[in-house]
Design a protein around this ligand. Structure first.
Ligand code: FAD
Length: 386
């Protein structure tokens, strides 16, 4: 019997497996697709990392730990996948993004600059602010390269003795009468483990059970790359950015050109879907609104279209993560519903899940992420599934 099995080897599963293995557990990772697949939520060349967390100040201690953990992983693997570019947040004074970022920065004494339009014009002349807009500049913000980061976590897991099975879709799991958990695969085979982590990303709801219905829905979001040749849009000159503008389908965010073009996308503006029915093709109707928004924000950046990639957000009702022990099964932990902003936290999520599995609790404050908020009578009670 394994000490622990991890279902799903995307960002969160890879991080969990690496942590378990480094702590000496006999652990195995189970992934439905091939190693390095790009069908989940953790691919697309860049994922933003920032400290002044507008979503809630409670994330700040976790992201501070994540910065250290990413750097430790870079040192351990000799790779570079964390790029500090600075992050420019743009919006009106009423913008929830700016107000939330300011609150987190003030509560946690984070370095950031308040910029008026004239300051932006001087420091970041590639950006155009609308009348009434201001900006916050966070010098420590930047982006991670998700493919390399996940690969690095899997390599660390492997070099510390973890086993991995790819092309091994898990169909179900059940508690064994004498203790432990039996995992069943689509091909009919089984595996027994003392503890189990469910890190199945957008597929997480397909592994839930009658005792805990995971309230995660899937949203289609498309990432786009434009041929922005002018050096002012390149890494080193242009910061990463997020602009919260009325009238747009959602906040537009993006990253400087680091070889493959300037990337831009709307945050959380897509249609609801399922992993099975997701439309993975990019249509002109996906590209046009992003191009238009980019032209207003970064004139000249929306050059010829280089390509797009469809991705899935796994949304909880309150857009906060779900990271907790399973309410009905000791020995099982659930990590899902990262709601389009989880990647930056992956190594910390791995530590929390490993803590929950092996120690029964975590030293990190994860009160925002409890399963209890979705149980009967709680604020986000999950409707019964058909
Ligand atoms: C377009 C887009 C942009 C984003 N931008 C940012 C950003 O800028 N910053 C940020 O921090 N976050 C961002 N995010 C969010 C972040 O990428 C995700 O929160 C994170 O990658 C989720 O990781 P995960 O491990 O939960 O899911 P995944 O990476 O999808 O991993 C889940 C894995 O589980 C496997 N699996 C599922 N079911 C089974 C099964 N039954 N058996 C075996 N294996 C199974 C899947 O194949 C998959 O490999 C973005 C997300 C998207 C889609």
């Amino acid at each position: 019997m394994y000490d622990a099995a991890v279902v799903g080897l995307g960002a969160m599963g890879a991080a969990t497996l690496a942590t378990l293995a480094r702590r000496g557990a006999r652990a195995i990772g189970l992934e439905q697709f091939a190693r390095g697949h790009q069908l989940g939520a953790s691919s697309g060349r860049s994922r933003m990392i920032r400290k002044a967390y507008f979503e809630d100040p409670a994330y700040v201690p976790l992201v501070l730990r994540a910065y250290d953990a990413w750097r430790e992983l870079e040192d351990r693997t000799g790779r570079t996948f964390l790029h500090i570019t600075g992050v420019l947040l743009i919006g009106s004074e009423q913008s929830e993004v700016l107000r939330g970022a300011r609150r987190s920065a003030q509560e946690h004494r984070l370095a950031f600059d308040e910029l008026h339009a004239r300051d932006v014009a001087r420091r970041f002349p590639m950006f155009r602010l609308d009348p009434g807009e201001v900006a916050l500049y966070e010098p420590d913000g930047g982006f991670l390269e998700p493919e390399l980061a996940v690969q690095s976590m899997l390599d660390v897991a492997e070099s510390n003795g973890a086993e991995m099975r790819f092309n091994a879709p898990v169909r179900a799991w059940a508690a064994l009468a004498g203790g432990g958990i039996r995992v069943s695969f689509e091909d009919g085979s089984t595996l027994d483990t003392a503890r189990l982590a469910l890190c199945a990303g957008p597929w997480i709801a397909s592994l839930d059970d009658a005792e805990f219905r995971v309230p995660v829905v899937v949203e289609r979001n498309v990432q786009h790359w434009f041929d922005a040749r002018d050096p002012e849009f390149a890494l080193g000159r242009c910061p990463s950015f997020l602009a919260d503008r009325p009238g747009a389908p959602g906040p537009i965010y993006g990253f400087p050109n680091h070889g493959a073009g300037l990337k831009a996308a709307f945050h959380g503006a897509g249609a609801l879907t399922t992993p099975e029915t997701l439309d993975r093709e990019v249509h002109e109707s996906d590209v046009e609104p992003v191009r238009r928004a980019l032209e207003g924000l970064l004139p000249g950046a929306a050059g010829p279209y280089l390509g797009g990639k469809v991705c899935m957000y796994a949304l909880t009702p309150d857009r906060h993560f779900l990271i907790d022990a399973h309410p009905g099964h000791p020995g099982v932990a659930v990590a899902g519903g990262f709601s389009g902003h989880g990647f930056k936290f992956a190594p910390v999520v791995g530590e929390v899940v490993a803590d929950l599995l092996m120690d029964g609790h975590s030293t990190y404050d994860t009160a925002l992420f409890t399963a209890g908020r979705f149980l009967a009578g709680a604020p986000f009670e999950t409707p019964e599934k058909a």
